[in-house]
Design a protein around this ligand. Structure first.
Ligand code: EPZ
Length: 420
Protein backbone atom coordinates (compact mmCIF):
# COMPACT_ATOMS: atom_id res chain seq x y z
CA UNK A 1 0.00 0.00 0.00
CA UNK A 2 1.17 3.53 -0.74
CA UNK A 3 2.20 6.00 1.92
CA UNK A 4 2.94 9.73 1.84
CA UNK A 5 6.02 11.21 3.52
CA UNK A 6 5.52 14.91 4.29
CA UNK A 7 8.02 17.35 5.79
CA UNK A 8 6.20 20.42 7.03
CA UNK A 9 6.97 24.09 7.51
CA UNK A 10 7.06 25.41 3.93
CA UNK A 11 4.47 27.98 2.77
CA UNK A 12 2.69 27.00 -0.45
CA UNK A 13 3.04 29.42 -3.35
CA UNK A 14 1.91 29.13 -6.95
CA UNK A 15 -1.01 27.64 -8.85
CA UNK A 16 -3.04 24.45 -8.59
CA UNK A 17 -5.53 23.37 -11.25
CA UNK A 18 -8.79 22.16 -9.74
CA UNK A 19 -10.21 19.10 -11.50
CA UNK A 20 -13.75 18.03 -12.33
CA UNK A 21 -16.04 17.42 -9.35
CA UNK A 22 -16.13 13.83 -8.08
CA UNK A 23 -19.61 14.32 -6.64
CA UNK A 24 -20.94 15.62 -9.95
CA UNK A 25 -19.01 13.36 -12.31
CA UNK A 26 -20.14 10.10 -10.71
CA UNK A 27 -23.81 10.99 -11.26
CA UNK A 28 -23.24 12.40 -14.72
CA UNK A 29 -21.75 9.05 -15.74
CA UNK A 30 -24.87 7.32 -14.36
CA UNK A 31 -27.01 9.62 -16.54
CA UNK A 32 -25.59 7.63 -19.47
CA UNK A 33 -28.04 4.88 -18.51
CA UNK A 34 -30.95 7.16 -19.45
CA UNK A 35 -30.30 7.09 -23.21
CA UNK A 36 -29.20 4.57 -25.83
CA UNK A 37 -27.15 7.33 -27.48
CA UNK A 38 -23.71 8.50 -26.42
CA UNK A 39 -23.16 11.00 -23.63
CA UNK A 40 -19.74 12.69 -23.75
CA UNK A 41 -18.37 14.14 -20.50
CA UNK A 42 -15.34 16.44 -20.36
CA UNK A 43 -13.25 17.58 -17.36
CA UNK A 44 -13.52 14.08 -15.87
CA UNK A 45 -11.30 13.67 -12.78
CA UNK A 46 -8.81 10.79 -12.85
CA UNK A 47 -9.72 9.19 -9.51
CA UNK A 48 -10.48 5.69 -8.24
CA UNK A 49 -14.22 6.25 -7.72
CA UNK A 50 -14.64 7.18 -11.40
CA UNK A 51 -12.89 3.93 -12.35
CA UNK A 52 -15.27 2.01 -10.06
CA UNK A 53 -18.28 3.70 -11.64
CA UNK A 54 -16.93 2.86 -15.12
CA UNK A 55 -16.76 -0.79 -14.06
CA UNK A 56 -20.31 -0.70 -12.73
CA UNK A 57 -21.75 0.83 -15.90
CA UNK A 58 -19.76 -1.58 -18.07
CA UNK A 59 -21.28 -4.57 -16.30
CA UNK A 60 -24.70 -3.04 -17.03
CA UNK A 61 -23.73 -3.31 -20.72
CA UNK A 62 -22.64 0.24 -21.45
CA UNK A 63 -19.39 1.17 -23.19
CA UNK A 64 -17.39 3.77 -21.26
CA UNK A 65 -14.27 4.92 -23.07
CA UNK A 66 -11.86 7.81 -23.34
CA UNK A 67 -12.12 9.93 -26.47
CA UNK A 68 -9.02 10.41 -28.67
CA UNK A 69 -6.80 9.24 -25.83
CA UNK A 70 -7.80 12.18 -23.64
CA UNK A 71 -8.33 10.68 -20.15
CA UNK A 72 -10.38 13.71 -19.09
CA UNK A 73 -13.03 12.98 -21.72
CA UNK A 74 -15.29 9.97 -21.37
CA UNK A 75 -17.95 8.76 -23.77
CA UNK A 76 -20.66 6.56 -22.23
CA UNK A 77 -23.49 4.78 -24.01
CA UNK A 78 -24.90 1.60 -25.46
CA UNK A 79 -27.68 -0.80 -24.61
CA UNK A 80 -28.36 -1.99 -21.06
CA UNK A 81 -27.88 -5.75 -20.89
CA UNK A 82 -28.16 -6.21 -17.12
CA UNK A 83 -30.28 -4.38 -14.56
CA UNK A 84 -28.40 -5.84 -11.59
CA UNK A 85 -25.84 -3.85 -9.58
CA UNK A 86 -23.81 -6.46 -7.64
CA UNK A 87 -22.78 -6.25 -3.99
CA UNK A 88 -19.04 -6.44 -4.72
CA UNK A 89 -19.16 -3.12 -6.59
CA UNK A 90 -21.90 -1.35 -4.63
CA UNK A 91 -20.18 -2.15 -1.32
CA UNK A 92 -17.00 -0.45 -2.62
CA UNK A 93 -18.74 2.76 -3.58
CA UNK A 94 -22.07 3.92 -2.13
CA UNK A 95 -22.78 6.21 -5.06
CA UNK A 96 -23.61 3.03 -6.99
CA UNK A 97 -27.12 3.27 -5.51
CA UNK A 98 -27.75 6.05 -8.03
CA UNK A 99 -28.18 3.54 -10.86
CA UNK A 100 -31.47 2.50 -9.25
CA UNK A 101 -33.62 5.37 -10.52
CA UNK A 102 -32.26 5.40 -14.07
CA UNK A 103 -32.50 1.59 -14.46
CA UNK A 104 -36.08 1.68 -13.19
CA UNK A 105 -37.01 4.55 -15.52
CA UNK A 106 -35.36 3.01 -18.57
CA UNK A 107 -35.93 -0.76 -18.03
CA UNK A 108 -38.87 -0.74 -15.58
CA UNK A 109 -36.95 -3.01 -13.21
CA UNK A 110 -33.72 -3.03 -11.20
CA UNK A 111 -31.93 -5.24 -8.70
CA UNK A 112 -29.40 -3.20 -6.74
CA UNK A 113 -27.44 -4.33 -3.72
CA UNK A 114 -28.16 -2.36 -0.56
CA UNK A 115 -24.99 -0.28 -0.14
CA UNK A 116 -24.57 -0.90 3.57
CA UNK A 117 -22.83 1.62 5.77
CA UNK A 118 -19.39 3.12 5.51
CA UNK A 119 -16.77 4.58 7.85
CA UNK A 120 -18.63 7.85 8.37
CA UNK A 121 -22.10 6.52 8.99
CA UNK A 122 -24.91 4.01 8.39
CA UNK A 123 -25.93 5.91 5.25
CA UNK A 124 -29.50 4.54 4.77
CA UNK A 125 -31.29 4.94 1.43
CA UNK A 126 -34.88 5.05 2.70
CA UNK A 127 -35.58 8.41 1.07
CA UNK A 128 -34.45 7.09 -2.31
CA UNK A 129 -36.80 4.09 -1.98
CA UNK A 130 -39.81 5.98 -0.64
CA UNK A 131 -39.45 8.56 -3.42
CA UNK A 132 -39.39 5.88 -6.11
CA UNK A 133 -42.46 4.24 -4.55
CA UNK A 134 -44.19 7.62 -4.79
CA UNK A 135 -43.45 7.49 -8.52
CA UNK A 136 -45.21 4.13 -8.71
CA UNK A 137 -42.41 1.62 -8.20
CA UNK A 138 -42.91 -1.56 -6.20
CA UNK A 139 -39.87 -2.15 -4.01
CA UNK A 140 -38.97 -5.20 -1.92
CA UNK A 141 -35.78 -6.01 -0.04
CA UNK A 142 -34.54 -9.58 -0.38
CA UNK A 143 -31.17 -11.09 0.55
CA UNK A 144 -29.47 -7.71 0.82
CA UNK A 145 -30.79 -6.52 -2.53
CA UNK A 146 -33.32 -3.88 -3.53
CA UNK A 147 -35.80 -5.34 -6.05
CA UNK A 148 -37.61 -2.50 -7.81
CA UNK A 149 -40.28 -2.89 -10.48
CA UNK A 150 -42.46 -0.51 -12.46
CA UNK A 151 -44.01 -2.69 -15.22
CA UNK A 152 -46.17 0.15 -16.52
CA UNK A 153 -43.44 2.76 -16.16
CA UNK A 154 -43.04 5.49 -13.55
CA UNK A 155 -45.71 8.17 -13.06
CA UNK A 156 -44.83 11.68 -11.95
CA UNK A 157 -45.97 12.85 -8.50
CA UNK A 158 -45.11 15.24 -5.66
CA UNK A 159 -42.28 14.07 -3.40
CA UNK A 160 -41.45 15.84 -0.14
CA UNK A 161 -38.03 14.84 1.19
CA UNK A 162 -37.79 14.76 5.02
CA UNK A 163 -34.15 15.86 4.63
CA UNK A 164 -32.45 17.64 1.72
CA UNK A 165 -30.61 14.47 0.72
CA UNK A 166 -28.12 14.91 -2.14
CA UNK A 167 -28.33 11.31 -3.36
CA UNK A 168 -32.11 11.03 -3.05
CA UNK A 169 -32.53 14.29 -4.99
CA UNK A 170 -30.26 13.01 -7.78
CA UNK A 171 -31.78 9.52 -7.95
CA UNK A 172 -35.32 10.89 -8.10
CA UNK A 173 -34.49 13.70 -10.53
CA UNK A 174 -32.98 11.19 -12.98
CA UNK A 175 -35.86 8.70 -12.57
CA UNK A 176 -38.47 11.44 -13.11
CA UNK A 177 -37.02 12.51 -16.49
CA UNK A 178 -38.70 9.48 -18.14
CA UNK A 179 -41.81 9.27 -15.93
CA UNK A 180 -45.27 10.07 -17.28
CA UNK A 181 -46.30 13.59 -16.29
CA UNK A 182 -44.86 16.04 -13.77
CA UNK A 183 -42.74 15.30 -10.69
CA UNK A 184 -42.04 17.86 -7.99
CA UNK A 185 -39.24 17.33 -5.48
CA UNK A 186 -39.85 19.51 -2.42
CA UNK A 187 -37.04 20.11 0.12
CA UNK A 188 -34.57 19.05 -2.58
CA UNK A 189 -30.81 19.36 -2.05
CA UNK A 190 -29.48 22.70 -3.31
CA UNK A 191 -25.80 21.79 -3.76
CA UNK A 192 -24.30 23.15 -7.03
CA UNK A 193 -23.93 19.57 -8.25
CA UNK A 194 -27.75 19.41 -8.54
CA UNK A 195 -27.77 22.21 -11.13
CA UNK A 196 -24.83 20.63 -12.94
CA UNK A 197 -26.71 17.33 -13.25
CA UNK A 198 -29.93 19.08 -14.34
CA UNK A 199 -28.04 21.09 -16.97
CA UNK A 200 -26.66 17.87 -18.44
CA UNK A 201 -30.05 16.12 -18.34
CA UNK A 202 -31.72 19.11 -20.03
CA UNK A 203 -29.04 19.00 -22.73
CA UNK A 204 -30.12 15.37 -23.21
CA UNK A 205 -33.73 16.49 -23.73
CA UNK A 206 -35.11 16.42 -20.19
CA UNK A 207 -37.41 19.15 -18.91
CA UNK A 208 -36.13 20.20 -15.47
CA UNK A 209 -36.54 23.55 -13.74
CA UNK A 210 -35.61 24.73 -10.25
CA UNK A 211 -32.45 22.63 -9.76
CA UNK A 212 -30.27 24.43 -7.21
CA UNK A 213 -33.35 25.52 -5.29
CA UNK A 214 -35.30 23.48 -2.77
CA UNK A 215 -38.12 22.92 -5.29
CA UNK A 216 -37.33 21.01 -8.48
CA UNK A 217 -39.91 20.34 -11.22
CA UNK A 218 -39.38 17.59 -13.80
CA UNK A 219 -41.78 17.08 -16.72
CA UNK A 220 -41.27 13.55 -18.04
CA UNK A 221 -40.41 12.93 -21.69
CA UNK A 222 -40.54 9.83 -23.92
CA UNK A 223 -36.78 9.46 -24.33
CA UNK A 224 -33.48 11.26 -23.81
CA UNK A 225 -30.77 11.66 -26.47
CA UNK A 226 -27.00 12.01 -26.41
CA UNK A 227 -25.21 15.24 -25.43
CA UNK A 228 -21.85 16.68 -24.41
CA UNK A 229 -21.34 18.18 -20.96
CA UNK A 230 -18.38 19.64 -19.06
CA UNK A 231 -18.29 18.57 -15.42
CA UNK A 232 -18.20 21.50 -12.99
CA UNK A 233 -14.99 22.06 -11.05
CA UNK A 234 -14.64 20.31 -7.70
CA UNK A 235 -15.55 22.85 -5.04
CA UNK A 236 -14.46 20.51 -2.23
CA UNK A 237 -11.04 19.95 -3.83
CA UNK A 238 -10.80 23.74 -4.13
CA UNK A 239 -11.69 24.32 -0.46
CA UNK A 240 -9.29 21.56 0.54
CA UNK A 241 -6.28 23.15 -1.15
CA UNK A 242 -7.38 26.52 0.26
CA UNK A 243 -6.95 25.04 3.75
CA UNK A 244 -3.46 23.87 2.77
CA UNK A 245 -2.53 27.36 1.60
CA UNK A 246 -3.97 28.92 4.75
CA UNK A 247 -2.30 26.63 7.28
CA UNK A 248 1.15 27.11 5.69
CA UNK A 249 0.78 30.91 5.49
CA UNK A 250 1.03 30.66 1.72
CA UNK A 251 -0.55 32.26 -1.33
CA UNK A 252 -2.21 29.98 -3.90
CA UNK A 253 -4.22 30.56 -7.07
CA UNK A 254 -6.70 27.71 -7.48
CA UNK A 255 -7.48 27.57 -11.21
CA UNK A 256 -11.13 26.69 -11.81
CA UNK A 257 -12.13 27.50 -8.23
CA UNK A 258 -15.38 29.43 -7.88
CA UNK A 259 -16.05 31.32 -4.65
CA UNK A 260 -19.84 31.15 -5.03
CA UNK A 261 -19.71 27.33 -4.93
CA UNK A 262 -18.13 27.32 -1.47
CA UNK A 263 -21.10 28.83 0.37
CA UNK A 264 -20.44 29.33 4.08
CA UNK A 265 -16.82 28.17 3.80
CA UNK A 266 -15.80 31.59 2.46
CA UNK A 267 -17.16 33.37 5.51
CA UNK A 268 -15.48 30.85 7.79
CA UNK A 269 -12.14 31.48 6.05
CA UNK A 270 -12.55 35.24 6.44
CA UNK A 271 -13.47 34.94 10.14
CA UNK A 272 -10.38 32.76 10.60
CA UNK A 273 -8.15 35.44 9.06
CA UNK A 274 -7.74 33.90 5.60
CA UNK A 275 -8.13 36.11 2.52
CA UNK A 276 -10.18 34.53 -0.29
CA UNK A 277 -10.78 36.44 -3.54
CA UNK A 278 -11.97 35.55 -7.05
CA UNK A 279 -9.44 36.53 -9.69
CA UNK A 280 -10.98 35.66 -13.05
CA UNK A 281 -11.10 31.89 -13.42
CA UNK A 282 -9.08 31.34 -10.23
CA UNK A 283 -9.81 31.57 -6.55
CA UNK A 284 -6.88 33.15 -4.71
CA UNK A 285 -6.19 32.15 -1.09
CA UNK A 286 -3.58 33.73 1.15
CA UNK A 287 -2.85 34.25 4.82
CA UNK A 288 -0.50 36.83 6.19
CA UNK A 289 -1.78 37.38 9.73
CA UNK A 290 -2.60 35.05 12.64
CA UNK A 291 -5.24 32.34 12.31
CA UNK A 292 -8.27 32.88 14.55
CA UNK A 293 -10.59 30.23 15.98
CA UNK A 294 -14.15 30.10 14.60
CA UNK A 295 -17.27 28.06 15.36
CA UNK A 296 -18.70 25.93 12.55
CA UNK A 297 -21.81 23.80 12.05
CA UNK A 298 -22.08 21.57 9.00
CA UNK A 299 -25.36 21.94 7.08
CA UNK A 300 -26.82 21.28 3.64
CA UNK A 301 -25.82 23.83 0.98
CA UNK A 302 -25.44 26.79 1.18
CA UNK A 303 -24.36 26.00 4.74
CA UNK A 304 -20.88 24.77 5.64
CA UNK A 305 -20.38 21.46 3.76
CA UNK A 306 -19.69 18.33 5.79
CA UNK A 307 -17.09 17.39 3.15
CA UNK A 308 -14.97 20.35 4.31
CA UNK A 309 -15.24 19.62 8.04
CA UNK A 310 -12.12 17.49 8.52
CA UNK A 311 -9.90 19.78 6.44
CA UNK A 312 -11.07 22.90 8.28
CA UNK A 313 -10.54 21.20 11.64
CA UNK A 314 -6.88 20.64 10.76
CA UNK A 315 -6.58 24.35 9.94
CA UNK A 316 -8.24 25.40 13.21
CA UNK A 317 -5.98 23.10 15.25
CA UNK A 318 -3.23 25.77 14.99
CA UNK A 319 -5.47 28.85 15.25
CA UNK A 320 -5.29 31.27 18.18
CA UNK A 321 -8.05 30.54 20.66
CA UNK A 322 -10.73 27.86 20.68
CA UNK A 323 -13.13 26.64 17.98
CA UNK A 324 -16.16 24.39 18.01
CA UNK A 325 -17.21 22.23 15.07
CA UNK A 326 -20.62 20.55 15.11
CA UNK A 327 -21.21 17.80 12.56
CA UNK A 328 -24.93 17.57 11.82
CA UNK A 329 -24.92 15.47 8.61
CA UNK A 330 -23.11 12.23 9.47
CA UNK A 331 -22.95 10.40 12.77
CA UNK A 332 -19.31 9.29 12.71
CA UNK A 333 -17.24 11.86 10.90
CA UNK A 334 -14.62 12.69 13.55
CA UNK A 335 -12.23 9.80 12.92
CA UNK A 336 -9.47 12.26 12.01
CA UNK A 337 -9.52 13.64 15.60
CA UNK A 338 -7.35 10.99 17.30
CA UNK A 339 -4.87 11.16 14.43
CA UNK A 340 -4.66 14.97 14.64
CA UNK A 341 -4.20 14.70 18.40
CA UNK A 342 -1.24 12.36 17.82
CA UNK A 343 0.33 15.28 15.96
CA UNK A 344 -0.10 17.53 19.00
CA UNK A 345 -3.55 18.97 18.37
CA UNK A 346 -5.84 19.47 21.37
CA UNK A 347 -9.30 18.34 20.25
CA UNK A 348 -12.07 16.87 22.39
CA UNK A 349 -15.21 15.30 20.96
CA UNK A 350 -18.50 15.61 22.83
CA UNK A 351 -21.24 13.83 20.87
CA UNK A 352 -21.65 15.60 17.54
CA UNK A 353 -19.39 18.51 18.53
CA UNK A 354 -15.61 18.83 18.69
CA UNK A 355 -13.84 21.45 20.79
CA UNK A 356 -10.53 22.52 19.27
CA UNK A 357 -8.06 24.42 21.47
CA UNK A 358 -5.51 25.95 19.11
CA UNK A 359 -1.88 25.01 19.68
CA UNK A 360 1.20 26.94 18.60
CA UNK A 361 2.48 24.15 16.38
CA UNK A 362 1.98 20.52 15.42
CA UNK A 363 4.64 17.82 15.28
CA UNK A 364 5.01 15.28 12.50
CA UNK A 365 4.06 11.67 13.29
CA UNK A 366 3.05 8.41 11.61
CA UNK A 367 -0.74 8.66 11.07
CA UNK A 368 -3.42 6.62 9.32
CA UNK A 369 -6.08 7.69 6.82
CA UNK A 370 -9.57 6.45 7.73
CA UNK A 371 -11.77 8.00 5.03
CA UNK A 372 -11.47 10.32 2.04
CA UNK A 373 -11.66 13.74 3.65
CA UNK A 374 -9.97 12.71 6.90
CA UNK A 375 -6.95 11.58 4.87
CA UNK A 376 -6.51 15.07 3.45
CA UNK A 377 -6.95 16.72 6.85
CA UNK A 378 -3.84 14.80 7.97
CA UNK A 379 -1.92 16.06 4.92
CA UNK A 380 -2.95 19.63 5.77
CA UNK A 381 -1.70 19.13 9.34
CA UNK A 382 1.53 17.52 8.06
CA UNK A 383 2.23 20.49 5.77
CA UNK A 384 2.35 22.75 8.84
CA UNK A 385 3.89 20.34 11.34
CA UNK A 386 7.50 20.39 12.47
CA UNK A 387 9.28 17.28 11.26
CA UNK A 388 8.11 14.33 9.24
CA UNK A 389 4.59 12.95 8.89
CA UNK A 390 4.03 9.52 7.39
CA UNK A 391 0.46 8.98 6.16
CA UNK A 392 -0.57 5.38 5.55
CA UNK A 393 -3.63 3.92 3.73
CA UNK A 394 -3.44 6.56 1.01
CA UNK A 395 -5.93 4.52 -1.03
CA UNK A 396 -8.65 6.42 0.84
CA UNK A 397 -7.28 9.65 -0.63
CA UNK A 398 -6.96 8.25 -4.16
CA UNK A 399 -10.71 7.62 -4.27
CA UNK A 400 -11.46 11.30 -4.61
CA UNK A 401 -8.31 13.40 -5.15
CA UNK A 402 -6.10 13.32 -8.26
CA UNK A 403 -2.30 13.69 -8.19
CA UNK A 404 -2.15 15.26 -4.72
CA UNK A 405 1.59 14.90 -4.27
CA UNK A 406 2.29 16.36 -7.71
CA UNK A 407 -0.01 19.35 -7.18
CA UNK A 408 1.40 20.13 -3.72
CA UNK A 409 5.07 19.56 -4.61
CA UNK A 410 4.69 21.99 -7.53
CA UNK A 411 3.80 24.67 -4.96
CA UNK A 412 6.77 24.03 -2.68
CA UNK A 413 5.56 21.26 -0.39
CA UNK A 414 7.98 18.52 0.60
CA UNK A 415 5.78 15.50 -0.07
CA UNK A 416 6.45 12.19 -1.77
CA UNK A 417 4.50 8.97 -2.37
CA UNK A 418 6.29 5.74 -1.44
CA UNK A 419 5.09 2.25 -2.22
CA UNK A 420 5.50 -0.37 0.54
C1 EPZ B 1 -23.35 12.95 -0.93
O1 EPZ B 1 -23.59 11.76 -0.19
C2 EPZ B 1 -21.86 13.01 -1.17
N1 EPZ B 1 -21.41 11.85 -1.91
C3 EPZ B 1 -21.12 13.05 0.18
O2 EPZ B 1 -19.73 13.23 -0.10
C4 EPZ B 1 -21.61 14.28 0.96
O3 EPZ B 1 -20.99 14.29 2.22
C5 EPZ B 1 -23.13 14.22 1.11
O4 EPZ B 1 -23.75 14.11 -0.19
C6 EPZ B 1 -23.69 15.45 1.81
O5 EPZ B 1 -23.35 16.60 1.10
C7 EPZ B 1 -21.56 11.84 -3.27
O6 EPZ B 1 -22.09 12.77 -3.85
C8 EPZ B 1 -21.04 10.64 -4.00
P1 EPZ B 1 -27.07 12.61 1.63
P2 EPZ B 1 -25.13 11.25 0.03
O7 EPZ B 1 -28.04 11.71 0.96
O8 EPZ B 1 -25.90 11.49 -1.20
C9 EPZ B 1 -29.01 10.65 5.49
C10 EPZ B 1 -17.44 12.79 0.02
O9 EPZ B 1 -16.62 12.90 0.95
N2 EPZ B 1 -29.88 9.94 4.54
O10 EPZ B 1 -27.24 14.10 1.48
O11 EPZ B 1 -25.08 9.88 0.57
C11 EPZ B 1 -27.58 10.13 5.45
O12 EPZ B 1 -27.43 9.03 6.30
C12 EPZ B 1 -18.80 12.19 0.28
O13 EPZ B 1 -17.23 13.17 -1.17
C13 EPZ B 1 -30.92 9.15 5.04
O14 EPZ B 1 -31.11 9.05 6.24
O15 EPZ B 1 -25.59 12.26 1.18
C14 EPZ B 1 -26.78 11.31 5.94
O16 EPZ B 1 -26.80 11.33 7.35
C15 EPZ B 1 -18.98 11.72 1.72
N3 EPZ B 1 -31.72 8.49 4.15
C16 EPZ B 1 -27.56 12.51 5.41
O17 EPZ B 1 -28.87 12.02 5.10
C17 EPZ B 1 -31.52 8.58 2.80
O18 EPZ B 1 -32.30 7.95 2.03
C18 EPZ B 1 -26.94 13.13 4.17
O19 EPZ B 1 -27.01 12.18 3.18
C19 EPZ B 1 -30.46 9.36 2.31
C20 EPZ B 1 -29.65 10.04 3.20
Amino acid sequence: MDRFIIRGGRPLHGEITIGGAKNAGLKLLVAGLLTSERLVLTNVPHIADIATMRALLTQHGLTVETVNGDKTTLSVGGEITSTEAPYDIVSKMRASILVLGPLLARCREAKVSLPGGCAIGTRPVDMHLKGLETLGATITLENGYIHARAPNGLVGDRIVLPFASVGATENLMMAATLAKGRTEIVNAAREPEMADLANCLNAMGAKITGAGTGHIIIDGVEALHGAQHRIMSDRIECGTYACAAAITGGDLRLIGGQIEHLGAVVRAFEEAGVEVTQEGDAMRVRRTGALRGVDIMTEPYPGFPTDMQAQFMALLSVAEGASMITETIFENRFMHVPELNRMGARINVHGSSAIIRGVHSLSGAPVMATDLRASFSLIIAGLAAHGETILSRVYHLDRGYEAVERKLAACGAQIERVND
